[in-house]
Design a protein around this ligand. Structure first.
Ligand SMILES: *Cc1c(COP(=O)(O)O)cnc(C)c1O
Length: 458
């Protein structure tokens, strides 16, 4: 093992150098991928030196999500203490289903769940789990809500039309999960949003009343804390009064921006969270851990258990259910995703996580300020969002993002909202500083003026 650890260090160090030297890896077109890199799997293996050379080439060409030029996704950057925790989890290689096999790692997971529940304003006896990602966290919420409405569905299957409510700007996993769980995509009502992309509670109520009139069974509302494109926050307080009135399960999808629970300055964006039934947050987004680290908590621990437990004599042989986490998880064998967020949290404290979150809003503010004072730009996003959406000199957003990528200048994506398409720059890398944000705009402007506008006029 020692030898491979030495190889790992050598490769990791090369990666760190590459991130600085070539922050946007040169693109290999998909048609040339297998000719450019040796990705083949053959009868015979290769010696270490050849393997190292091969891995180095692969690392060189792999997109650098931790570089200062990556603004493409709702994750990015690297917070080293979280990476340390994840590397350790790989070495330990426990499976989180039983205390016998995971020992203190179970305690670590339970501690994180407890602290997240507390920050969400949930009661002491709340529970939760780590799901394979935000989409799966949302699915777990949907399943709990379905079973809470009708405890026999587990046994008999669905026999009536059960209705889901989510905003038109919410994540696609809500509709996909409806398909996967037998609810059906047609039973997903897309609630209108206002001009900031926030769910319109009045339209929500109209839809619920209509479904009740048609003898359908409304059961689930999904509110989003940070929509995928604009980073908008649905008003949980208002929506929760609707969920109470009609006895519907309220889930808050905080995969993107649920991290605001750590911030004194921004937690008002999830006012009313304590009235929800479940809440999910992706620590691999705002909290900066490596993928994946998705957490779901609920104030109905008995429901979590009812929906996800299964007896298995060959597995659960010692210790109480409280410490056998397989009784509340989606999977059987389960990776240890808790150690990375725990290691980070332990090292920087809750105040450190607050700084990580606040920094992202601060960098978004830097970006918005720059855009606002420069008349070549048009801004689409609002304050209190770390998705900075804009267009520059009316250049087509899709063409711009593709050109930036193909020329290895920047990694940034585009999005759309109500018929407008724009560049979406995500300031989620909390390691970046003001100079890095300003460098992003300089690079983009140079690219447009030297490479795009010149070509289009010639
Ligand atoms: C990213 C995201 C998800 C999905 O999370 P994954 O971990 O990618 O499955 C769900 N909802 C929102 C709002 C998101 O931003």
């Amino acid at each position: 093992m020692q030898k491979d650890l030495d190889i790992f260090l050598e490769l990791a160090e090369q990666l760190l150098v590459e991130e600085n030297k070539q922050p946007v890896a040169k693109k290999i077109s998909t048609s040339k991928l297998y000719q450019t890199l040796d990705l083949s799997l053959d009868e015979d293996g290769i010696v270490d030196n050849a393997l190292i050379g091969n891995l180095k080439n692969i690392i060189k060409s792999t997109p650098k999500t931790a570089s200062k030029s990556f603004f493409n996704q709702l994750f990015g950057g690297r917070i080293s203490k979280a990476t340390l925790g994840d590397l350790l989890a790989v070495m330990l290689n426990n499976s989180m289903y039983t205390y016998k096999v995971a020992g203190p790692q179970v305690g670590i997971e339970k501690q994180v769940l407890k602290n997240i529940s507390k920050l969400a304003g949930y009661p002491e006896n709340s529970d939760g789990t780590f799901a394979p990602g935000g989409s799966m966290s949302n699915m777990m919420a949907l399943i709990m809500a379905r079973d809470a409405k009708n405890e026999y569905i587990r046994l008999k299957g669905l026999t009536s039309k059960m209705i889901v409510y989510t905003s038109a700007e919410s994540h696609y996993s809500i509709a996909k999960n409806a398909a996967l769980t037998g609810i059906g995509r047609e039973q997903v009502r897309l609630v209108n949003t206002n001009d900031k992309g926030e769910m319109q509670a009045s339209h929500l109520e109209t839809l619920i009343i209509e479904d009740l009139k048609n003898q359908h069974i409304p059961f689930f509302i999904n509110a989003t804390a940070g929509t995928t494109v604009l980073g908008a926050f649905d008003h949980i307080d208002t929506i929760s009064s609707m969920s109470k009135k009609y006895k519907l399960w309220l889930h808050v999808d905080g995969a993107y921006c649920g991290g605001v629970i750590f911030s004194k300055k921004y937690k008002h964006l999830v006012n009313g969270l304590e009235h929800s039934d479940s809440f999910s947050i992706n620590a691999h987004k705002m909290l900066g851990t490596p993928l994946s680290c998705s957490i779901i908590v609920t104030k109905h621990p008995e429901q979590l258990h009812h929906s996800f437990s299964n007896e298995a004599d060959y597995l659960y042989q010692t210790d109480g259910d409280d410490f056998n986490l397989g009784k509340t998880s989606m999977q059987c064998g389960r990776r240890n995703d808790a150690l990375k967020i725990w290691t980070l949290w332990k090292s920087v404290g809750t105040k450190g996580l607050e700084k990580i979150v606040d920094k992202q809003f601060e960098m978004a503010e830097v970006a918005r300020k720059y855009i606002k004072k420069n008349k070549d730009y048009k801004l689409y996003s609002f304050d209190d969002s770390i998705s900075v959406c804009f267009n520059y000199k009316d250049v087509d957003a899709k063409a711009l993002c593709t050109s930036l990528y193909e020329n290895s200048d920047l990694m940034v994506g585009f999005g759309s909202f109500k018929d407008e398409q724009f560049v979406r720059m995500v300031t989620i890398n909390s390691v970046l500083e003001e100079t890095d944000i300003l460098a992003f705009f300089k690079t983009l402007e140079m690219h447009v003026n030297d490479k795009m506008l010149k070509i289009s006029t010639s």
